[in-house]
Structure formats: structure tokens, C-alpha cells
Design a protein around this ligand. Structure first.
Ligand SMILES: Nc1ncnc2c1ncn2[C@@H]1O[C@H](COP(=O)(O)OP(=O)(O)OP(=O)(O)O)[C@@H](O)[C@H]1O
Length: 408
């Protein structure tokens, strides 16, 4: 038997006379093009439009926000107003804002879950390709690489999620320019902020903001994020069970919707979080980031071997911080050379790219605009975009997936 459909709350559409009724229909059609900035679906599909009334070419649109103080309220109101005003024949627009009832909110969260029971969203049957990015040592550029891959994949039109499980050294919010973003909660569902087209979640988004009123770093591109003062760095010192629950909650309660690709930024090394991710997402493919330094190869290889012990597949190695191009055309191998190929050889997987040291790459990270967007012609951006293309080619395959068919 099919799952019962959650209740719908359709819009009441009317006009003072026949011509106004036609305009009201036009306004509703125009509103189909307005997306909720966090959920990324048309507001009309989400029952956020409760009424459209046109009187003597004057449109009144009733909008229902998901929660009181919805951080996306301003953007939704603006987009609704603009869409209604774009309908030829409408002279004026009034937008009236209210908040969903508990019943309407429940129906919405049910619908977003699409009848699936609450649980890990990216199990082995999911069509979402999951890549966990790991490294042996810290500071090799793993988070920078992950953020760039996510943004490059989103720029190709893929639906991309990024989970920053580098709990002790989280840096994804800053790298994506959303370090002050606060995720919205709708019932027990957490809506991840969207930055540069990527739905991103990080422990850094749940720390209490300080009272420091100075503006945070970033491009302010987060949509639907509450802005509440710059966060001072805070230490997270948790033991294994707490870490495991956090990873589990990110994969269960954060609503990503239908994703093509999910990337996870793991902490360096082979600790508790890597083990939790291995247990929760055993089908994830692992990408190992390392530097060209041969001396770092052992520890990088170990992070790949640890992933294999939990059943994950190591898909490739990305060498980062390779030779720095000098103004005279020579190349300075600051961290030596050959480390990436060495690790790839030992793990028996391809070396996916060698990303050079790049000042624009570092600057892109500092200002929250990844280099694949801020300076796509830079050699480091070119190398990272090429990796994203390889990964994109491997998404949405049904090959090897159980189809859930039974012989009767
Ligand atoms: N190719 C590169 N060229 C220049 N700077 C880089 C490059 N890759 C990364 N960096 C810089 O190196 C520093 C460390 O990068 P990042 O935080 O991404 O490392 P990480 O491996 O994720 O560290 P950890 O796991 O310890 O948090 C950052 O300041 C980043 O801007």
C-alpha cells in the first residue's frame, strides 16, 4: 500500500472580476518560479502561498513562512513581490506574511521526507554519490580541496551537499563565506545554509555566537542564514560517542533533499570521526589528499588503509601544494615532489590531480570564495575543476544498486 500523502494546504486564488481572476492565475504561475532559498523548491510546492487575490489590478499575496523569525523571510518576501509585479496587467502588489501552523509545518516536513522514515539519508540504496575527503596529516589543504570540489560540482548544475565533520578543525563555513550562518530548524529538521550553490553544514554553525558585533568574513552569499555577529573560534573537545552522535545527526536530521553528490570533509588521520563515517556510510568513496613530500606518504597511506578497513573504497589521491610557478618560469618544489604518485601507487589507485601552490587559492579561501569561482583560470583552479569533472562523470549511476525488485 502506498504511504498516505501528507495533507496539502493549497492557495486560495481569486479576482474581483473575470479579468482580475485571470491576473490572479498569472500571479500564481509566476510564483511557481520563486524558490525557497534554503529548501530550493518553489514556494508554491511548499504550501507557502496561502492566497492570491487581485482587486482592480492590485495583487495581494499571502505568504506563510515555515517558522517565526525565518531568516529567509526577507528574501522570500522580495522574490514573491517581484514575481507578482512581473505579471503584465498587475499595477501594485501587497505581500502579507504569516507563519505556518504546527499542522502545516508537520505536513511540510513529512512531504520533504517523501515518506522515508527518519534515518541516514545516504544509505547504500541512495543514488547520491558520497565522497569522503581525508588526509594523513593536518594542514595539507584537505578542506580547501573539498570546498573547491563542492563548488565546482555545483557550478556544473549538480545538487551538492557538504558535511564538515572535521569537528576539531572545522573550516568549511569560512571557506564558503558563511561563517556566521545559523541553520534554520523546522520541527526536527535542520535546513543547511546554501553557499555558492552548495548545501553545507558544519559544527561551526552550531556554536554560540559571541557578542562581538564586527562583521564576519565572507561574501554574505549564504541564503536563509541568520546573521548574529562574528563567531570567535571555540574549541570542541569531545570524546568518541559525542562525535559519533554529531556525525549521525548531520546525516539524519539535516535535510539535504535529493542530492547528486555528498562530500564529507573528514578530520586528518584515522580517529573516531573517520571510523563513524566508515560505519555510517560504508559505501562512501574516499579521496586522499596529500602533499608532494615523500616523508608524508606513510601517514597519508594509513588514512586510505583505515578507510578500507571499514569497507570503503579509496577512489584516488589528490596531491596538493605541488610546485609553485615562479615569475621567471621556473618551478619551486617547496614540499618536494612525487608524494602524490607515491601514495597513489602504494594504494593502487589513480593520482587524480596535482594542485600547485597558489596564492589566489589561499586568498579565495580567506575571503570565502573558492578559487574555482574567483579565479577559474589559475592553474590550481584548473586542476581542481578537472577533478570535479572526473567525479561528476561518476554520479547518478544505477549500476550496482539494488533495484528492490522481487521475483514472484
Ligand atoms: N594549493 C595551495 N596553495 C596555497 N595555499 C594552500 C593550498 N592549499 C591549501 N592552502 C592553504 O593551506 C592552509 C591549510 O589548508 P586547509 O585548512 O584546507 O588544510 P586541511 O588539510 O583541511 O587542514 P586540517 O585538516 O588540519 O583542518 C590554508 O591556509 C589554505 O589556504
Amino acid at each position: 500500500m502506498a504511504d498516505p500523502q501528507p495533507e496539502r494546504f493549497p492557495a486560495d486564488v481569486s479576482g474581483a472580476d473575470e479579468a482580475d481572476a485571470v491576473l490572479a492565475d498569472g500571479v500564481l504561475r509566476a510564483l511557481h518560479g520563486v524558490l525557497d532559498p534554503e529548501i530550493r523548491r518553489p514556494v508554491t510546492e511548499l504550501d507557502m502561498i496561502s492566497g492570491v487575490r487581485v482587486d482592480a489590478r492590485r495583487a495581494t499575496v499571502d505568504v506563510r513562512l515555515t517558522i517565526v523569525g525565518c531568516p529567509a523571510a526577507h528574501a522570500i518576501e522580495r522574490d514573491v513581490r517581484n514575481a507578482a509585479a512581473s505579471v503584465a496587467g498587475v499595477d501594485d502588489v501587497e505581500v502579507r506574511v504569516s507563519v505556518m501552523t504546527a499542522q502545516q509545518r508537520n505536513a511540510l516536513t513529512e512531504r520533504l521526507r517523501a515518506g522515508r522514515p527518519r534515518g541516514i539519508q545516504f544509505g547504500p540504496d541512495s543514488l547520491t554519490k558520497v565522497f569522503a575527503v581525508t588526509s594523513g596529516k593536518g594542514g595539507v589543504g584537505k578542506s580547501t580541496v573539498t570546498a573547491n570540489l563542492a563548488v565546482a560540482l555545483a557550478a556544473r548544475g549538480l545538487a551538492v551537499g557538504l558535511v564538515d565533520v572535521d569537528v576539531f578543525g572545522f573550516s568549511i563555513p569560512g571557506l564558503l563565506g558563511v561563517e556566521d550562518a545559523v541553520p534554520t530548524r523546522v520541527n526536527d529538521m535542520i535546513l543547511p545554509p546554501v553557499a555558492h550553490g552548495v548545501k553545507a553544514i558544519s559544527i561551526g554553525m552550531f556554536l554560540e555566537p559571541s557578542d562581538d558585533p564586527s562583521p564576519g568574513r565572507g561574501s554574505g552569499q549564504a541564503t536563509g542564514s541568520g546573521q548574529a555577529g562574528k563567531r570567535r573560534p571555540q574549541a570542541v573537545s569531545w570524546r568518541g560517542p559525542m562525535l559519533h552522535r554529531t556525525v549521525q545527526q548531520f546525516l539524519t536530521d539535516v535535510w539535504f533533499g535529493d542530492l547528486d553528490v555528498l562530500l564529507l570533509d573528514l578530520p586528518p588521520g584515522t580517529g573516531d570521526v573517520a571510523i563513524s563515517v566508515g560505519q555510517l556510510l560504508p559505501h562512501a568513496e574516499v579521496l586522499v589528499v596529500t602533499t608532494p613530500q615523500i616523508a608524508a606518504a606513510d601517514v597519508a597511506e594509513r588514512s586510505g588503509l583505515a578507510a578500507r578497513q571499514t569497507g570503503q573504497t579509496v577512489s584516488g589521491v589528490i596531491e596538493n601544494m605541488a610546485g609553485l610557478a615562479q615569475p621567471d618560469g621556473s618551478v619551486l618544489d617547496l614540499f618536494g615532489s612525487g608524494g602524490g604518485a607515491e601514495v597513489a601507487g602504494r594504494l593502487g589507485v589513480p593520482l587524480l590531480a596535482s594542485v600547485p601552490i597558489s596564492v589566489p587559492l589561499r586568498v579565495g579561501g580567506d575571503i570565502g570564495v573558492p578559487i574555482v569561482l574567483s579565479d577559474p583560470a589559475d592553474p590550481a583552479a584548473v586542476a581542481l575543476t578537472a577533478v570535479a569533472e572526473q567525479l561528476a562523470g561518476r554520479t547518478r549511476g544505477l549500476a550496482g544498486k539494488p533495484l528492490g525488485l522481487a521475483v514472484t
